[in-house]
Structures are given as C-alpha cells and as structure tokens.
Write a protein that binds this ligand. Structure first.
Ligand code: ATP
Length: 356
C-alpha cells in the first residue's frame, strides 16, 4: 500500500515545507511518445526517496523535470511549496549529481568543489573555509590540490557530491551516481551517502535500477514502470507487501501463486506472492503445522549463493517454487537435500502478500 509522505504543512508556509518536492499530474511527452504520464509524488523535507525501475521507465525524465532541464508537458512541479513548473533550472534551489561526475578536468579538486561558490561571488576566504569543510565531510581534504584524473572513481564520486552539497540546495537529485563503481566500492559508498544525507538533512531524490541499493538507502522507494509509479512506500512495505505483480517481480525473487491455487490453499481467491526466504522445506511425510500451507514437490536444483542456499522446486500441482535458506541456520534435513528429493514446501500465508 502506498505510504503518504508526511507533508501536511500549509502550502503557503514556505519554512515548514522547505525542501519538499511535490509533483501533481505530471506528464512529459517527447513528440508522440509519452515518457511520464499523469504522475503524482510527494517528497517530504529531508527525506531520502529512491526512484527505482527498469531502463526506460521514466525515472531520469522525472528527475530532469524536477531539475528544470526538461519542461513538463502538463502538470505541476512544486519545490518547497512554490510552483516552479516554468522556472529555469538555475533559479531552482536544486542540484544534480550525475553518474559521470562531470568534474572540470583542468581544475584542482578544491577549485572544482568551490566552483559554484565562485560563480555566486562568494569571497575567497569564505570559499576556502567552506571548501575545506566540504572536503572534510566526504573525507577527502587531503586531495584538495590534485586534479580529477589523479583520483579513483569512488573519490571522484565523493567530490561530485561535495561540489553539489557546498551550495546547500534544498533538494539534491542524484542520477545513478554509483552506477560506474564496482560492487565493493558501491556498497561502501552507499553507507557513506546515507551518513552524509543524515548529517546534512537535505532532501535526496535518488535514481537507480538496482533494487538492493534502493532498499538499503531510502526512507521510501517509488517503483516505476512504463512512465508511472506502480507503488511508493518504505523499503519494507514495497518488498513485503507488493501491490502488483510487477513490483513483486522487480524487487527480488518472488513466488507467485495464481488465484485458483491460492484459493485451494487458503480459501482466498487472490494471487499470492511469497518471498523465497519465507518458504521452508520439510520432509514430504511430515505433517503441516497449524496455520501453514504447503505444496508437495520435487527438488529440481540446489544453488549455493554463499550466504544462502536456493532450492528450485517443481510442485506436483505444476508450479515452480523457489525456497531460500540462510546457510547460517540451515536445518539439517535441508543440508542433505539434493536433486530429485521429495519435499513439502511450506509457508505461512500471513507472510504472503495478496495482489489485487
Ligand atoms: P534508464 O534507467 O535507462 O536511465 P529511465 O527510467 O531513467 O531509464 P528515461 O531516461 O526517463 O528512463 O526515459 C524514459 C523514456 O523516454 C525512454 O523510452 C526514452 O527513450 C524516452 N526519452 C527520454 N528522453 C528523451 C528525449 N529527449 N527524446 C525522446 N525520447 C526520450
């Protein structure tokens, strides 16, 4: 279910909504093609919101409309309660961090970070002080005199962030900023990004197509599909209670039990979505515990993934199921399971989401 952003402030009280973003009936077309259709979204001040969705689903377009790089075809964009739909990008109190960092190659790191202040006419002493503080925040004050090519990818990413934050925008837009980093660095940067966002208290709107990244970082996740938001809610909400088949499938693995079989198992004729980690495997001869439901089947594949083991089951009822158990508390009978074994895949329907 969609969770409403806590933005109940009066629209004319600018201080109360400082940093809020409100999109109403936003549509963006490119010629005949509609990239974003009739989209509503409320982002609260200081919130970390991720826009998650497959390639081409309209995330970047929404970000560009918020920044003012694209003009909305129809609908309204409000920043801090003020209608900025027709306001040019430089007059909006937002900043954007791009995936390619866009640092000036011939300026030092300190000059890159201080560039925006310089354009604004901030005096030199003030500039030096703010640049130092900003570099310290991203823990890179020791590279102030280097050129961008003398830094690693992760360091350049942090500089791009420092350069955006130094202007103290009310809203920071981040377009796949960690996309170019390898997995390990990316995970490290995710933690740092979250820490920095907490420290500065600025509203972050973060575009990604990496579901784990969105779940890890965000207060709320907006799941995009085909120019629309399918669902918006906390990470736990969109993961545990997907409202559509698309959301269930896009956010990790999910077992979808179609309506007729769901009715047979539970009496409720709605498609059931159950996550693999909620499915246990027990010997076929063991009885069901009270409240549980289960399907008899055959183990088709056992996949070791490091922290967990994944079992692919073909149920006698015809459906394919995935069960995943952490290797740390892997029941003994499951450790011994191999291809061809008969099992009962069991779960509690209260752990399943129902799709309307
Ligand atoms: P990705 O994750 O690949 O960046 P996305 O969800 O950010 O995807 P958008 O970049 O917003 O998707 O694109 C949405 C759709 O709009 C795509 O089909 C894209 O081809 C189209 N589109 C984007 N910009 C333009 C443009 N300037 N002219 C025409 N079509 C465009």
């Amino acid at each position: 279910m969609a969770t409403a952003a806590p933005t109940t402030h009066e629209a004319n009280d600018a201080s109360a909504v400082k940093g809020s973003v409100s999109l109403q009936s936003l549509t963006k077309s490119f010629g005949e093609f509609t990239a974003v259709r009739d989209l509503d979204l409320e982002v609260a001040p200081g919130e970390f919101l991720s826009m998650l969705g497959p390639s081409g689903s309209g995330k970047t377009t929404v970000l560009r409309v918020i920044a003012g790089f694209e003009e909305a075809t129809s609908g309204t964009v409000r920043l801090s309660g003020v209608d900025v739909t027709r306001v040019p990008p430089h007059a909006r109190n937002v900043n954007t961090v791009f995936q390619d960092y866009a640092l000036f190659p011939h300026l030092t790191i300190a000059e890159n970070v201080g560039y925006g202040l310089r354009v604004r006419g901030t005096g030199k002493a003030e500039r030096v002080e703010q640049v130092t503080e900003s570099l310290r925040r991203v823990r890179l004050d020791h590279v102030a005199d280097r050129l961008p090519h003398q830094l690693s990818g992760g360091q350049r990413q942090r500089i791009a962030l420092a350069r955006a934050l130094i202007l103290r925008p009310q809203v920071l837009l981040l377009d796949e900023p960690l996309g170019a980093l390898d997995k390990q660095l990316r995970e490290q940067m995710q933690i740092e990004l979250k820490q920095i966002q907490r420290e500065v208290g600025i509203t972050f709107i973060f575009v990604t197509h990496d579901q784990e990244e969105a779940l890890t970082l965000s207060d709320r996740v907006a799941v995009f599909n085909n120019g629309r938001i399918e669902q918006v809610g906390s990470a736990r909400d969109v993961y545990e209670n997907p409202q559509t088949e698309f959301v269930a499938r896009f956010l990790g693995l999910s077992n979808l039990i179609e309506a007729a079989l769901a009715e047979e198992l539970t009496g409720d004729r709605r498609t059931m979505s159950i996550r693999p980690e909620r499915v246990r495997l027990q010997p076929a001869s063991d009885p069901l515990r009270d409240g549980d439901v289960g399907l008899l089947g055959t183990v088709r594949e056992v996949v070791y993934t490091g922290p967990a083991t994944r079992f692919l089951i073909t149920a006698d009822a015809g459906v394919e199921l995935i069960a995943e158990q952490p290797n740390a508390h892997h029941p003994a009978h499951e450790q011994a399971l191999g291809r061809g074994d008969h099992v009962r895949a069991v779960w509690n329907p209260t752990h399943a989401a129902r799709l309307p």
